[in-house]
Design a protein around this ligand. Structure first.
Ligand SMILES: Cc1cc2nc3c(=O)[nH]c(=O)nc-3n(C[C@H](O)[C@H](O)[C@H](O)COP(=O)(O)O)c2cc1C
Length: 216
């Protein structure tokens, strides 16, 4: 087993990639797309995985991985259960943070902003495109609630697989998307000697993105 002494010595240098004020694009969504294309080329698992942070009623932060499912009208979209712990936290405090970490390129993107449900049409369209097994698991899973055992999920799943064989499934009301409206986006590029690059975009009150470099 790794002891703490060994753990403290786990480190690496980051390589030759860099970020600067002149080569980053004016609009952070365009910049995100450039980085996203580059990470897709790496062909590694889960490039769309992002940490979604929320806060509960007591102000206690919470976080979990969700998958980015779209970038539309300057928002980042993910899908989930509208009765899950995260959904309850969002209904009380409609602000979230997203964090992408792409270790293959030593890159991190941090996003903070407000969040709203997507339109029903957007959720319906996305749901209709999911594989039937994912649609059924959305129907059977009372996400974040206590369940007695795994069997009850599997039994329900198998029942519905039979029931819906060859039939189309309507999106359940308690499942759908959220759009995150960023107010800040930071791009972090790991560099050698811990002198990393951080380019931070902040939306001003007139909706214009201001760009600045932050110390690593
Ligand atoms: C790689 C990965 C992708 C995931 N994608 C999603 C997702 O897109 N939507 C979702 O609701 N949960 C997703 N999950 C599960 C969540 O991390 C979490 O367990 C679940 O949403 C319940 O969170 P909550 O109880 O805080 O609401 C994913 C987990 C992992 C590890």
């Amino acid at each position: 087993m790794t002891d703490l002494h060994t753990l403290a010595n786990v480190r690496r240098e980051y390589g030759n990639l860099y970020l600067d004020e002149t080569t980053t694009l004016k609009n952070p969504f365009q910049q995100f797309k450039v980085w996203f294309e580059e990470i897709l080329e790496q062909k590694k698992d889960d490039p769309t995985a992002m940490i979604l942070s929320t806060v509960d009623k007591k102000g206690l932060p919470d976080s979990r991985v969700v998958l980015l499912k779209g970038i539309e009208n300057q928002t980042f979209i993910f899908y989930t259960n509208y009765e899950s712990a995260k959904a309850i936290q969002i209904s009380n405090t409609p602000y979230v943070a997203l964090n992408f970490y792409w270790p293959q390129m030593a890159r991190q993107v941090r996003i903070r902003g407000s969040v709203k449900k997507t339109t029903k049409l957007q959720s319906d369209t996305y749901f209709a495109n999911r594989p039937i097994t994912s649609q059924i698991s959305a129907l059977v899973s009372p996400q974040s609630k206590k369940i007695e055992n795994r069997n009850c999920l599997e039994e329900e799943f198998n029942k519905l697989i039979e029931k819906y064989a060859q039939k189309s499934i309507t999106r359940p009301e308690n499942w759908g998307g959220y759009s995150v409206y960023p107010e800040e986006i930071e791009f972090w590029q790991g560099r050698d000697n811990r002198l990393h690059d951080r380019i931070h975009y902040l939306k001003d009150h007139s909706g214009i993105w201001l760009k600045r470099r932050l110390a690593p």
